[in-house]
Design a protein around this ligand. Structure first.
Ligand code: PMP
Length: 356
């Protein structure tokens, strides 16, 4: 095998924002059973590290195009992190101030990342759940005349997944088999947008949606009430806090409702959070693929499907973000700061530079 070479992208970029999207679909080679082929669409390749860079960019640019966002106007949004980090990148690059509201239960590194990118982060009590941070953002927008990004209601969310994520999948799998596409949901933008195109152009592909087993609000069949702006008016009764950050808020978002009403998925598979954590760890250790808990949970569902999938099946699994976003969460529990006994033994096996 000769040394690998690279050719460059043969273009120069005018802005960091032009590097959003076009993430790679990568085959896993060691953890999946031999009778199936599994690819992951690895959204950590986006410039701010997650799939939400796509939506953040389109929310701002669609509002600019339509005159809904004025130069220098403050942007405000309730977000568990990735949307906030994506918006912080976009607002920094375009010069808009950003205020993010966020329950204090989400990981500390998310807050710090947003602040590092120049955003203000207003914490809300975890007891008030997603609905609390959401109400706070709405109130701040109304009182101050700020632009509310409205990721859970805006059509600019699913539209960008139809225009980018779906097109990338269709292009990358052109002429190739694709039997299953697996995704979770937070706002539902990914599933609604991608499914619009997959249903039309790859009708043979089974679309599999997943949600946390202890917050299986779509499986429950109960739809929460919404006001005339399609915003939820309260928490869903079947919601419970779950460890899969970025997934399932405590209400069924309007953006997701399109996928439910349009029968955009063939199966809905609840997955326990700990299984997602276990698969995120395995992807890191056995494939070198470093993704967060939602990526692990989506992959866990694919591995369950693989148990009964026919020989030769091809799957594509969404991995929404990077695992680096979870250093202070249960994902990293058991990862030591100090040397383990095994590491001490390695150190003692040669004479130099031993620790006390
Ligand atoms: N995983 C993570 C880590 C996320 O932040 C999000 C977005 N909230 C999702 C999955 C779900 O994506 P979507 O909002 O498009 O349904």
């Amino acid at each position: 095998m000769t040394i690998r070479t690279t050719e460059g992208r043969k273009r120069l970029y005018d802005s960091i924002l032009d590097t959003v999207g076009n993430t790679p679909a990568v085959r896993v080679n060691r953890v999946s059973p031999g009778h199936v082929t599994v690819y992951v669409k690895f959204e950590a390749f986006n410039p701010a590290g997650s799939i939400k860079d796509r939506l953040a960019l389109n929310i701002i640019e669609a509002a600019e195009r339509e005159g809904r966002l004025k130069p220098g106007q403050t942007v405000v949004e309730a977000t568990s992190g990735n949307t906030g980090i994506g918006l912080a990148m976009v607002c920094a690059a375009k010069g808009y101030p950003l205020v993010v509201t966020m329950a204090d239960s989400f990981s500390v590194e998310r807050r710090k990342l947003m602040r590092f990118l120049g955003a203000k982060v207003v914490l809300t009590p975890r007891a008030l759940k997603g609905f609390g941070m959401y109400t706070k953002a709405k109130e701040l927008a109304e009182q101050n005349g700020w632009f509310l990004a409205s990721q859970f209601e805006t059509k600019d969310n699913a539209d960008i997944h139809e225009a980018t994520t779906a097109r990338e999948i269709l292009a990358d799998f052109e002429g190739e088999r694709l039997d299953y596409w697996v995704t979770g949901y937070g706002t539902g933008g990914t599933v609604s947008g991608v499914a619009r195109r997959l249903r039309q152009e790859r009708p043979e592909t089974k679309i599999v949606l997943t949600e946390p087993a202890n917050a299986a609000i779509v499986s429950s069949g109960h739809v929460n009430a919404r006001n005339e702006s399609h915003q939820p008016t309260g928490s869903h009764p079947d919601f419970e806090p779950h460890p899969i950050q970025g997934w399932t808020p405590d209400f069924i978002p309007w953006v997701l409702q399109e996928a439910i009403d349009g029968s955009y998925y063939d199966e809905l598979v609840p997955i326990p959070g700990p299984e997602g954590i276990a698969w995120s760890r395995r992807l890191a250790r056995e494939e070198g693929i470093f993704t967060g808990i939602s990526g692990g949970a989506t992959f866990a569902v694919a591995m369950r499907l693989a148990e009964t999938a026919p020989e030769g099946s091809v799957m594509l699994v969404m991995l929404p973000d990077t695992g680096e976003r979870y250093l202070s969460t249960p994902l990293f529990e058991g990862v030591e700061e100090d040397m383990t006994e095994e590491e001490r033994a390695i150190s003692r096996s040669t004479p130099s530079a031993q620790m006390e």
